[in-house]
Unconditional design. Structure first.
Length: 403
């Protein structure tokens, strides 16, 4: 009986000694490698991985699951900043491939309003720039010449037979309107009234400023009424035509900002969405979005490749600054403040981003205090103390996944 009692006393003493040793050990320092912090040794020596001398780390007895406690000096030197998270808006964007094309609303076809022969073209090269009012071509037209003579004759009869029963004013106006409809301007008609001399050749002028994009007729050719002579386009504005998949249409904000990047000249220009084609290509399921841009100094040319960035519809979501999220190939984490200088790592699932804010889909709740500046420093200190950051807290870890 005495033997059994003695053995029990020795067992109890041994157990107490073990607990005492573990408690002391928790307060003691350990040795680790600055390159491989997962190494924990009780004595100084060399790293078994890289051979570097181990450094001493004070073990303050913190529990990994409780996060990390920093000193006031560490918080100050690390410029640790926090913020209470809540609902915000995310304005993400879509980047599309595009091609610069002519602005069809500023293009026109110059055609002859009357049949005749082109006697002279004043511009001969595609790409020539024309100002409104510049001479374009001379036309010989028998029909127009007869109309000129008719107008002169009516003017002369009005002067001689002004008080007759015939209303010459109406006849003059009718003859004048015919000349206007066939392309003569007010100055030409005024000159005809003054000189009473009708030239066989009539000069026609450009109705707008622009660039010649093509010639359809040449000198010496006969034109039918409505025959095309050349095509003009005002290149002060262009279209960036971008292709967008049907699945992307619902997210695009047609009233939002569009940014057009032209890599050939390294330039960005602002634009506005002019048209979202209502018809979708049934084979490719691709739609066309047209963005109008200003062509300042005529640096841009139709046919250039462009990249269009379109704003998507903004959405209300739980958001935090992008700087608060730590990312690796397996998960995304943030550091939250749980007490005085006490921080805890949380694994989160992220959603949309807009360059400044990131959407949080799970892992955090409104009102949580998140580290917005200095998260990397806290994470480095955590790894230095515990070797690796593999333990996380989350409200629902089994649903957390990498985005």
């Amino acid at each position: 009986m005495k033997i059994i009692l003695a053995i029990s006393v020795l067992f109890i003493l041994s157990s107490c000694k073990t607990k005492l040793k573990e408690t002391v050990k928790a307060d003691e320092s350990y040795y680790t490698c600055s390159m491989h912090p997962q190494i924990h040794e009780e004595k100084p020596g060399k790293c078994p991985i890289c051979g570097m001398n181990l450094i001493v780390v004070k073990n303050n007895g913190e529990s990994i699951t409780e996060g990390i406690v920093l000193s006031d000096q560490q918080v100050l030197l690390g410029n640790i900043q926090v913020d209470t998270i809540g609902k915000g808006k995310i304005n993400n964007s879509t980047v599309l491939n595009a091609t610069l094309t002519l602005d069809e609303t500023k293009s026109m076809v110059v055609s002859s309003r009357i049949a005749g022969r082109i006697d002279k073209l004043y511009f001969r090269n595609t790409g020539d720039n024309i100002k409104k009012g510049d001479r374009l071509y001379d036309l010989y037209s028998e029909t127009l010449n007869n109309a000129k003579q008719e107008y002169i004759l009516v003017l002369q009869k009005e002067k001689v037979l002004d008080h007759s029963i015939v209303d010459f004013k109406q006849l003059v106006e009718s003859a004048r309107n015919k000349l206007v409809l066939w392309g003569m301007n007010a100055d030409q008609i005024a000159e005809l009234e003054k000189t009473k001399q009708a030239s066989a050749i009539t000069t026609f002028y450009s109705p707008l400023s622009g660039t010649i994009t093509s010639f359809e007729s040449h000198e010496g050719e006969y034109l039918a009424e409505g025959g095309t002579i050349l095509k003009l386009t005002d290149l002060s504005s262009l279209w960036a035509e971008a292709q967008v998949y049907t699945s992307q249409l619902s997210g695009i904000n047609v009233k939002g900002r569009a940014r057009v990047r032209i890599p050939d000249i390294g330039k960005d220009v602002d634009g506005r969405i002019e048209l979202v084609n209502p018809e979708i290509d049934p084979d490719t399921r691709i739609n066309l979005v047209r963005i109008a841009i200003v062509n300042k100094d005529n640096q841009l040319r139709p046919g250039m490749i462009a990249y269009v960035t379109l704003d998507n519809h903004s959405s209300g979501a739980l958001t935090i600054p992008i700087s608060a999220v730590l990312r690796n190939e397996h998960y995304n984490t943030v550091w939250t403040k749980t007490g005085q200088n006490t921080y805890k790592m949380i694994r989160v699932m992220i959603g949309k981003e807009d360059g400044e804010q990131v959407e949080i889909l799970s892992g955090l709740q409104p009102g949580d205090i998140v580290v917005t500046n200095g998260a990397y420093l806290i994470n480095s200190e955590y790894i230095l103390r515990h070797g690796t950051s593999t333990s996380f807290q989350s409200g629902n870890e089994d649903k957390v996944r990498k985005r």
